[in-house]
Design a protein around this ligand. Sequence first.
Ligand SMILES: Cc1cc2nc3c(=O)[nH]c(=O)nc-3n(C[C@H](O)[C@H](O)[C@H](O)COP(=O)(O)OP(=O)(O)OC[C@H]3O[C@@H](n4cnc5c(N)ncnc54)[C@H](O)[C@@H]3O)c2cc1C
Length: 322
Amino acid sequence: MLPDFRYVRPASLSEAIKELSAPESRLHAGGTDLLGCLRDGVFSARKLVSVSSVAELRGIAPAAGGGLRIGALSTLAEIASHRTIAEQYSALAQAAASAASPQLRNQGTLGGNLCQRPRCWYFRGDFHCFRKGGEMCYAPKGENEFHCIFGGDGCYMVHPSDLAPALIALEARARIAGPKGRRMVPLDSFFVPPSKDITKETVLEQGEILTEVLLPPPAALRSTYRKARVRASWDFALAGVAVALRTKGDTIGSARVVLSGVAPVPWRAVAAEKALLNRGVDAAAAAEAAVHAVAGAEPLPQNGYKVDLVRGIVEEALLALA
Ligand SMILES: Cc1cc2nc3c(=O)[nH]c(=O)nc-3n(C[C@H](O)[C@H](O)[C@H](O)COP(=O)(O)OP(=O)(O)OC[C@H]3O[C@@H](n4cnc5c(N)ncnc54)[C@H](O)[C@@H]3O)c2cc1C
């Protein structure tokens, strides 16, 4: 059952920040994740602050100085079908199209996708786990088929977002507004691993709002997003990968390989990125990078299959860009 809460719908960003600065106030965007969490008692709220009337959070348009600005209230459906995104930032359009179901993509927003809470069944269930202030993670000795193989430092959840790895691969930055003013962080530093703070997933503080995401100009950029899941119709990633390459002539000048579904944060496969530099985009480079992508994996008893899945999906993604 949903708890009792007040519902406010401020018309401006500054009012929304003020409303959200009070304890137990929660931002409501599309509500597809928030309302489930409230209903299931994952957390509570005394006040919901709808940002649907804040015009500043809307729109997809060229950014000042080049690149693209995507407002936090853009829906996943808008992102998936946006022509510039599909043509110039393919990984992002593909990631948005692969997330959830058509109904959820019409309602769910970019901001909500990046700030959604973990899908771990212990976190969502009646278990007082580390992330909820308890004293243990139940995954290592429990059912861990869908948990992480990288970065499980006390908490073995996987980050649920498909858009996050794509945006990190595309070198996006997040603009944040809050009671102390505005700041910009590379999306790569937006997510908080359990080794830093096990109780939060993003750098956002109370009262802060993710207002927009900025993509750099797409010069010499090729990108793609691949995802393996149990149900093809809609499902979270068992493992996924966003690859973005910037070419210099016939070779790779810079590479980002970011994994989804395998770590508590979107996971940069740094060894694979390095292995791609100054190579041609070809089958040999793809096979080698795929092996590097699983370096350091530490599977739990039931999820060793993810190692092979990552290797295969990384190779497939790189071949698609060849
Ligand atoms: C059945 C199901 C399947 C799904 N499958 C996938 C999938 O395959 N891949 C995937 O990536 N996602 C998946 N999702 C998640 C889905 O994409 C998110 O629920 C959705 O994007 C959240 O957006 P929203 O606007 O509804 O957020 P809300 O539910 O309104 O908010 C979610 C959280 O983010 C916070 N928040 C929202 N916007 C902001 C902002 N601008 N600044 C700061 N905080 C903010 C809210 O306070 C809340 O805590 C699935 C969800 C469901 C229910």
